[in-house]
Structures are given as structure tokens and as C-alpha cells.
Design a protein around this ligand. Structure first.
Ligand code: C2E
Ligand code: MG
Ligand code: MG
Length: 601
């Protein structure tokens, strides 16, 4: 750009014209002065220097062979990194400086494809290198900062993810080991706590009590107040249990309405007191959906190491004790050897019993209640049996307690009442004055009982006065107020109520007059024993006496011998029942029995 336009066309080898030299001196002088170019020479194609910007007025030199000139002439341009004085020219103060030496072909102004010479330019390398280094430094800096930022961001992400994962895994670990409803340890953690408590008690030489608590009427709360209130109720129970214990004790929720408690350091002497306190704490009324409710609970417990040596047996035995508490309807029961009859294997009976009720495996046997003076059969007591496909005929004492502790007693009693009334309806065709007695459990004393019974009587077209409900004295005593209300309703409808196994409980004789009962059934134990024991005879005598004064019919059950029968007649007993007359028999044998019993006596 600075050379070609000024060439006037004469060959370079003869030297420059004055005008050319002036033009070149002008265009290049500035560059040289500023130092942005260290050397600038124009050569002809033989390498002869025809213009040197460092010395503009010098005449053309000799031809010098310079390979770069030849290459630039052929290729248009060549450049290399070299030193100022590499090409043999005196370099003065710049000697040895690194430069970029570039050779560019110069073309003839008349014929642009003809190369007439070459311009040689040396540009100092240092500023370029510096610039390059600076931009490399900047690049490096940018990379370092960029990577640093990336690492920082990654670090923050990783840290927060780790934190979240850790928090989540802690949460899921907590959830795996705790009950979501109450926040208490669950069954799995409970087993761990038991094992840990035993290990540490082993070192300290102390005892551990393991308690299982089961709420008595939780199902009712759930059914009547709804599941949400049921849940709230469980939370209240959990809080009461936790609140009534010491910090070192553990309360866990084992499932449903069952809780487990570990009491490290408790002694056989102290534990009953603690449990009574728990029982009381649970019994305090709480308001739920505007209704005052209180929790009643059964508790079973076993002591380590006295009752069991390993955590597994301890857990199982506390469970057995609870089962015994439920069956015996006592609030607190400690494990003892005799309890093993409540082996959980019997629990499999529950599932079978549920099926048996609908599968027609239950049958009724009937035992006559005989008029003590005339020998007439007045009534039959319906007694349930289970015709088990494998076990054969199972007596009621083997499955009624299970039915009572599981709620199966409801459907069972309904089946018994329905079947007995159907049977009575059939017998009434020939024996219109015959009555039927059925046994009712304490657990059957629910508000819907009277309505249901009255409905069934109507359904079977049986008079209310033909039905006797036998309820044991002890089950009457569990909730006398409720029992009185319900039985009064039935009594008013004409249904008769008999107080079964009388003498076993402690019904205050004073209250007997106010109860809606029409019959007292003296417990078999006294009747069997009266033959040899004057005390038992005295009891039988006074029950008969008392019953009569209150206007009640008195029945003696368990009459096995003629002597006892004779004695009972002497004492004025109204009705008798027992093997002497007949054991309970299937329905098809009962009618024939009526005539025979009548004849025998
Ligand atoms: P319970 O109501 O006191 O019935 C009398 C029990 O004494 C019956 O036993 C009967 O077979 C037995 N027995 C009758 N006469 C004699 C005798 O002379 N000597 C002796 N040693 N025993 C005699 P079972 O049938 O095994 O019933 C036992 C208990 O099971 C009944 O006592 C009753 O409490 C209960 N039970 C039976 N059926 C039902 C039922 O349908 N529902 C309910 N809730 N309980 C029932
Ligand atoms: Mg009975
Ligand atoms: Mg009885």
C-alpha cells in the first residue's frame, strides 16, 4: 500500500527515481520514527537493496542472495521470527532484538502479475509478545476465575444436595423407626430399645419391666366419633403415657391401639404402682369432638430377668400377660407360668372362629330347666358348641373368651339368639308355654341390644315372656349402670333376665332388689359342694330365701345327684338344672327328653 502506488515503472535494479525515493521516505519515515518498524527495505528480485528506510538517500547496493526474497517473489509473502541483525545489516542500538521479519512481493504498476521486487519489514517482536502474554494472562485469569466460579457453584450445589439427602435420609430413617401418627418409636425400634435396656441392666445388675398396653374400647371411639377423632384419641393416649413416665422410660406404639413400655430399673415391687398411675392418667377424661371420653386400658407385663431371660421371650410373655388381662378383664396382669395356656397359637382360633360363625360350624345344645316340684321341663338353656372340622366338638369355655376379647362375641350372640328363637318357634307349635334361655356376655350389653332382641322376637313370632337372657353376675358388675338401663328396657318389653353364676361375684344384696331381673341362678360350685359342705349349703339356703323375698325365681344349676336334688326341694328351690336330669343335648333329642324328664321325676 505504501510502495506500489508510487512506483513509476522503471526497473528497480537501476535505482529509484527522485520522486519515488521522496514518496517512500515520506510514507515510511513515520513508521521508523515511531519505532513500530525497525527496518524497512525495498529490494529488487536479485536481493539488491534499492531503498533502506534507515538510510533513504543511499544508492542501490549489490545484489545479495537472500532466500526469503526468492520465496516472497514466488509466493507473495514470507515471514519469520528472527533477530534484527541476522541479515548482516548494521543494526545499531537495535542489534539482537527479536523481530518478525516479513518479505512481501512488490508488483509492477503496469503489470500487476509481474513481481518487480520485495519489501522487507522488521517489526519488533517484544510488544507483540507482550500483548500476547498479556492477553494470555487475561485468558488464564478468566479461565481460573471461571473455573473457580464453576467449582464454587458446583460445590454449593453438591453441599446443598448432600445436606438435603442427609436430611431426607435422616427423615426416612426416623419414619422407618417411628409411628407417623404419634411420633413414638414403632415396633421395630421398640424391640431395639428392649434389647438395649436389657444389655445395660445386665451391666448394672438391675431389673427391667416390659409392659404392653391395649385400649379397651378404642373401636367404639373410632366407630362412634370417626377415624379422625380416633387418631386424636391415640395421640392423647400417647401423650398421657409419655407424660406419666420418667425420662429414661420408653413408650412405643406397637400398632392399632397397642402400646409398649420399657421401664429400666423398675422392680417387681415398684412396677404395679407405676402401672396404676398410668392407668389413672389414661382414665382422666378428655374432650373429643365435644364429647368427654376416657381411655380404659388393659396392661400385661413381664419382668426381666425374673420372668424371661431373652428379649424375645420377654416380649412374648408380656404379650401373653396382656392377653390374659384382656380375657380376665383385669386391668393389670403380670406374666406367670400358668398363663401359657393363652399361647398365641390360640389366636389362630380367632380367624377360624370368624369363619365358623358364618360357615355353620356352630351348633346349639339344649339343657332342660326343670320345675323342682312337678318335674316338668319349663325351659331349655341354649349352650353353644363349635363343631370344628379338625378339633371336633369345642366347648364354649375354649372360644367364648376369645370371642369376647375380639368383638366376635357380637355376631356370635346374634347367631345364638336367632337360632334359639327359630328353634323355640318350632317347639312352640306343640309346647306353647316352653321358654328358651340364652347366655349374654357383658360385651353384648350395647345400646342396640334391646331393639335388636325385640326385633328378632317379632321376626320369629315368639312372645317376649318366652325368652330368658342369662347374664353372669360378674359381667353385670363390670358396668352395672349401663347393664341396668339396657336390661330395664328388655324387662319392660317382657323379656326375663336371669343372673347367672350367682354367688361368684359380690353383688351387694341391697342392690339386688332394684335390678331388673326375674331369676337368680345359684352358681354350680355351691350346688355341687352343698352335699358335703355345711357352709355352701348355708349359702344356697340363704340365696333361695333372699331370692324369694325379692320375688325372684331361684334356679340351682349343676344338680348331679338325687341327694342334692332332694335337699334343694327341701330348701324350696324353684327350678333345677343339671346332669341328673340331662346334659345339654342336640335339638333333635330335646323334645323326647321333655317327656322322659317329666316321667323320671
Ligand atoms: P353356664 O351358662 O353357667 O352354663 C352351664 C354350664 O354348666 C354348661 O357348660 C353346662 O354344660 C354345664 N353343666 C350343666 N349341668 C351340669 C352339671 O350337672 N354338672 C356340671 N359339672 N356341669 C354342668 P357349657 O355348655 O360348657 O358352658 C359353659 C359356659 O359357657 C356357660 O356357663 C356360659 O357361661 C358359656 N356359654 C355357653 N353358651 C354360650 C353362649 O351361647 N353365649 C355366651 N355368651 N356364653 C355361653
Ligand atoms: Mg347360663
Ligand atoms: Mg351358670
Amino acid at each position: 500500500m505504501g510502495i506500489e502506488p508510487f512506483l513509476q515503472g522503471q526497473p528497480l535494479s537501476v535505482g529509484l527515481t527522485g520522486a519515488e525515493r521522496d514518496a517512500f521516505t515520506r510514507t515510511t519515515g513515520n513508521l521508523m520514527q515511531r519505532g513500530s518498524v525497525l527496518a524497512l527495505r525495498i529490494r529488487d528480485v536479485d536481493g539488491r537493496v534499492v531503498f533502506d528506510a534507515a538510510n533513504p538517500d543511499a544508492p542501490p547496493g549489490r545484489p545479495i542472495f537472500e532466500p526469503s526474497v526468492q520465496t516472497a517473489a514466488a509466493q507473495g509473502m514470507v515471514s519469520s521470527l528472527t533477530q534484527v541483525d541476522d541479515d548482516g545489516f548494521a543494526a545499531g542500538p537495535n542489534s539482537g532484538l527479536p523481530v518478525i521479519e516479513t518479505f512481501v512481493a512488490v508488483h509492477s504498476p503496469a503489470n500487476p502479475s509481474l513481481v518487480v521486487g520485495v519489501v522487507e519489514i522488521s517489526v519488533p517482536y517484544e510488544p507483540i509478545a507482550m500483548q500476547r502474554d498479556q492477553s494470555l494472562d487475561r485468558l488464564r485469569f478468566a479461565i481460573v476465575i471461571g473455573l473457580g466460579a464453576v467449582w464454587l457453584v458446583l460445590g454449593i450445589i453438591v453441599a446443598s444436595v448432600t445436606r438435603r439427602v442427609r436430611r431426607q435420609s435422616k427423615r426416612s430413617e426416623f419414619m422407618a423407626l417411628h409411628d407417623t401418627l404419634t411420633g413414638l418409636p414403632n415396633r421395630a425400634l421398640h424391640a431395639d430399645r428392649v434389647a438395649a435396656a436389657l444389655a445395660s441392666a445386665g451391666r448394672l445388675g438391675t431389673d427391667v419391666a416390659l409392659v404392653v398396653v391395649d385400649l379397651d374400647r378404642f373401636k367404639e371411639v373410632n366407630d362412634t366419633l370417626g377415624h379422625r377423632n380416633g387418631d386424636e384419641f391415640l395421640r392423647i393416649v400417647a401423650a398421657r403415657l409419655t407424660g406419666a413416665l420418667r425420662p429414661g422410660d420408653t413408650v412405643s406404639r406397637l400398632g392399632g391401639d397397642e402400646f409398649g413400655i420399657v421401664l429400666p430399673g423398675a422392680t417387681p415391687e415398684s412396677v404395679e404402682g407405676i402401672l396404676r398411675r398410668l392407668h389413672e392418667a389414661l382414665g382422666h377424661e378428655a374432650e373429643l369432638a365435644g364429647v368427654a371420653v376416657s381411655a380404659e386400658a388393659s396392661m400385661g407385663y413381664a419382668m426381666w430377668p425374673l420372668d424371661a431371660e431373652t428379649p424375645e421371650t420377654l416380649l412374648r410373655r408380656a404379650d401373653l400377660a396382656l392377653f390374659a388381662a384382656k380375657t380376665a378383664r383385669s386391668a393389670i396382669v403380670r406374666y406367670h407360668a400358668g398363663i401359657d395356656e393363652f399361647d398365641p397359637q390360640r389366636l389362630s382360633l380367632i380367624a377360624e372362629l370368624r369363619r365358623a360363625i358364618t360357615a355353620g360350624e356352630l351348633i346349639l345344645h339344649y339343657q332342660p330347666k326343670v320345675d323342682a316340684t312337678t318335674g316338668e321341663v319349663l325351659a331349655f338353656e341354649a349352650l353353644v358348641r363349635w363343631l370344628h372340622p379338625v378339633r371336633g366338638l369345642v366347648p364354649p369355655n375354649d372360644f367364648i373368651p376369645i370371642a369376647e376379647s375380639t368383638g366376635l362375641i357380637g355376631p356370635l350372640t346374634q347367631w345364638v339368639v336367632d337360632s334359639a328363637l327359630a328353634q323355640l318357634a318350632e317347639w312352640s307349635l306343640t309346647r306353647p308355654e316352653l321358654s328358651i334361655a340364652v347366655n349374654i356376655s357383658a360385651r353384648n350389653l350395647r345400646d342396640d341390644l334391646p331393639g335388636w332382641i325385640i326385633n328378632r322376637l317379632a321376626n320369629h313370632r315368639v312372645k317376649a315372656s318366652q325368652l330368658v337372657l342369662e347374664i353372669t353376675e360378674t359381667s353385670f358388675a363390670t358396668d352395672p349402670v349401663r347393664a341396668t338401663v339396657l336390661l330395664e328396657e328388655l324387662h319392660a318389653a317382657g323379656v326375663r333376665v336371669s343372673l347367672d353364676d350367682f354367688g361368684q361375684g359380690y353383688t351387694s344384696l341391697g342392690s339386688l332388689g332394684h335390678l331388673p331381673v326375674s331369676e337368680l341362678k345359684i352358681d354350680r360350685g355351691f350346688v355341687v359342694a352343698m352335699q358335703h359342705s355345711p357352709e355352701d349349703r348355708a349359702i344356697v339356703a340363704s340365696v333361695i330365701e333372699l331370692g324369694h323375698q325379692l320375688g325372684l325365681t331361684v334356679v340351682a344349676e349343676g344338680v348331679e345327684t338325687e341327694e342334692v336334688f332332694a335337699d334343694l326341694r327341701l330348701l324350696g328351690c324353684d327350678t333345677v338344672q343339671g346332669y341328673l336330669f340331662s346334659p345339654p343335648v342336640p335339638a333333635r333329642d330335646a323334645l323326647a327328653l321333655m317327656d322322659r324328664v317329666h316321667v323320671v321325676v
